[in-house]
Design a protein around this ligand. Structure first.
Ligand code: SIN
Length: 308
């Protein structure tokens, strides 16, 4: 019932982790492989390992989460070794987030030369590295980078975007993305640079960047749905969409699919519940589909109704 075709791969269901959650180590990746998720993605990596920002750097909140991890990861080689030498059983995404163009192009060259036959996610939207802006908020630089990427990289590749909040920005970014043979667009990364304060101590709750960090979970679902819908209605048909942001229940998943997503990444709620969450999400989504009389996701994907 939940079977999904994405980038010519068949997925048992549309769910996977959001990069950054439960995917730093090979043990965590193995746990995802053994879970009911339809796929898995590695932690966004840099050419060399990074420790990331000082702790506390991730806090769960009643309405979601705030984090400023700062791209801690075990380095490109660690994840390449995993994706090329582990007999994992489901489609695998490889996430990269270089500190500059050269680092991204270098990692892509090495992925191109490797036996990796999964899908690459180029993260253009990490809000948590001090002194670095989120690349996808700079339209000219994004276009320049994608030109350089597609000059040489020919394996399937998608981009992870930050949220946009204005129709002019949806239009402008979609115009850029439509020029390239992208496999997919992932909307959205965390809502960058929120600030959460503890009433008792009158203090921010995370240490890096004076408390500023990316927001996730239920509090960002409406923004995520808007971005999924905005890109679904603007991108050419062969660019698929991954919906990320605020997926904690089968209903949230159904809404993302209705807005046009094909795959669904789960971050904050996976962090809270662990990989067993995928049992619950698949069960809840199937129950909603049965109740509404849908036998496949294709019957309702992208068909959210508007007034008039
Ligand atoms: C982080 O490591 O800071 C999170 C990565 C991201 O938001 O892209």
């Amino acid at each position: 019932m939940l079977k999904t075709v994405f980038a010519n791969h068949e997925f048992e269901n549309p769910f996977l982790n959001a990069s950054g959650v439960h995917c730093m180590t090979t043990e965590e990746l193995d746990e995802l492989d053994h879970s009911s998720s339809g796929a898995l993605i590695t932690k966004s990596c840099t050419p060399l390992p990074r420790l990331g920002n000082p702790e506390p750097r991730y806090i769960n909140l009643p309405t979601g989460s705030i984090n400023s991890m700062g791209l801690p990861n075990k380095g490109f080689d660690y994840y390449l070794e995993y994706v090329t030498n582990t007999p994992y059983t489901k489609p695998c995404f490889f996430s990269i987030s270089g500190m500059n163009t050269d680092e991204n192009l270098d990692m892509l060259r090495r992925l191109a030369a490797s036996s990796f036959n999964g899908i690459t996610e180029l993260n253009l939207s990490c809000p948590n590295v001090t002194g670095k802006t989120q690349l996808a908020y700079d339209f000219e630089q994004t276009e320049r980078l994608l030109n350089q990427v597609f000059d040489s990289y020919q394996k399937p590749l998608g981009v992870k975007l930050p949220p946009y909040f204005d129709f002019a920005h949806f239009d402008e970014m979609a115009k850029i993305l439509n020029q390239f043979p992208l496999t997919y667009v992932n909307a959205i990364n965390s809502v960058g640079n929120g600030l959460v304060i503890d009433l008792d101590s009158e203090k921010v709750v995370i240490k890096p960047k004076d408390g500023f960090g990316g927001l996730g979970g239920p509090m960002i679902k409406a923004t995520a749905l808007a971005n999924v819908r905005a890109f679904a209605t603007r991108l050419k048909d062969d660019i698929q969409i991954i919906g990320t942001g605020g997926i904690a229940t089968g209903q949230d998943a159904f809404e993302h699919l209705l807005c046009g997503a094909t795959l669904l990444q789960v971050g904050t709620q996976l962090h809270k519940e662990g990989p067993a969450i995928f049992d619950r999400l698949t069960r809840e989504l199937e129950a909603i589909m049965k109740q509404k009389g849908y036998a496949t996701i294709d019957e309702f994907r992208g068909k959210v109704k508007s007034f008039s």
